[in-house]
Design a protein around this ligand. Sequence first.
Ligand SMILES: Nc1nc2c(c(=O)[nH]1)N[C@H]1C(S)=C(S)[C@@H](COP(=O)(O)O)O[C@H]1N2
Ligand SMILES: [Mo]
Length: 511
Amino acid sequence: MIAGFCALGVAELVAAVVRPEAGPVTAVGGAVIDRTPPAVKDFAVRNFGTADKLVLQLGILALLAAFAMAVGVLALRRRRLGAAAVLVFGAVGAVAAVGRPEGRPGDALPSVVGALVAAGVLYLLVGRLAPRTLPPPAGETEVRADQGTFDRRGFVIAATTAAAASAGAGYLGRRVTASVQAGASASRGAITLPVPDSAAPAVPRGADLGIRGLSSFVTPNKSFYRVDTALVVPRVNARRWRLRIHGKGVTRPLTVDFQDLLQRELIERDITLACVSNEVGGPYIGNARWIGARLADLLREAGVKPPSKGGAADQLVARSVDGMTIGTPVEDVMDGRDAMLALGMNGEPLPFSHGFPVRMLVPGLYGYVSACKWIKDIELTTFDDYDAYWVKRSWSRQAPVKTQSRIDTPRPFASPEAGTVPVAGVAWAQHRGIARVEVRVDGGAWQTARLAAEDSRDTWRQWVWEWPATTGSHTLEVRATDRTGATQTGRRAGTVPDGATGWHSVVVDVP
Ligand SMILES: Nc1nc2c(c(=O)[nH]1)N[C@H]1C(S)=C(S)[C@@H](COP(=O)(O)O)O[C@H]1N2
Ligand SMILES: [Mo]
């Protein structure tokens, strides 16, 4: 266990110099995420929510501890073999790190150095545990081992030194990482968001009904859901950030930096972002006020035409600094909607966890086909030629947001008093808009809810229905109709491959 601890401490220090993502636990965790089947990923998101990453890393540490003990027992019998087994673990970490989408040969270093140190520590420590040899008794030539004693003092000193040194190395590694990342934080702190050329209209009064228990119309950055595969949040220095636009049908390849982007014509828009992994009634949706540059403007500058105007590329693949790939229809980006490269979220630069310095947003599409965070590259290609990250993992190539609605209050199994009870929630059909929301009790007739004022077609909409609640157990259900006239289906479907369907229902008990 001490040798294993040394490996992690030393690897942390080396990773600080190479890059934080190359640490063995992060690398193995990332490799596991890349290979997790959709059903298991969905299970993890459902049961652990945003804590899924912590659970994964604790799991890896627990497995490592178990292996460390097994290797230790082996080393007591076969010292060399035990030390060699440690190197095998180093190899696993190294292969995982180099094999990540953005992996480089140097990423093997933390695992390799960590394993070499651990093998040495194990070899030395086990040596101290070896039985002391006694001089042969008079008249005999055989050297005998005294099974009862070993170099206890030597072992304790060596073990304590090794543990302290590796804790020190780990701590130092953390400090080095923090100072490297300080540059990114400073670059974020130095940004003053410009006044947008096209401001968003004020949120209409009455868009937020202000009902207790109902999600606020604007989701604060701190409580905005986070879904990504990054075990370490990328910290990109805005001063060094570049975005390249290239590929099929691009006649003038473009590279823009953050300063260029700030000086472009900027738009400000309210857009509701939703995750395809959101189950009926789930929390993975939020609404924010974003500032950014129109993506269509940049594409036109690069000479890109949409397929409907004879363009050669029908798919735009966004790549992030952490190797995520997200494929979006070029037609949707260029059809006049407010698709953007966003740099501001609710009045501040993007938070690191939401894609600082720049992310993509396309109203009306689920995040996994539109909302690339920490973006660094846009390649024009076709859906025939390339499948992005989630498409390779059995999600759909294209995924417009499905019309959905959610009851926020009363909460499941609440006990509201008999009388008038406000049943309220949110409904969304980004880029189509919400036309109607209905509620029913115990499978009875659908009742029309009162809609809050509409901000835009790209945002969710609050609703409320005053329920004359009577004593007993009741089931409340909600359904929405979008502005195309389509009512959301009651047929239950899971999130894979293109978003959940069904009516959200809540059971309450009126005493
Ligand atoms: N680089 C990167 N961008 C990403 C993802 C990711 O894993 N990596 N996840 C996508 C998914 S599935 C969603 S739903 C949105 C979530 O954005 P948020 O975390 O800001 O809410 O980001 C998208 N962009
Ligand atoms: Mo998502």
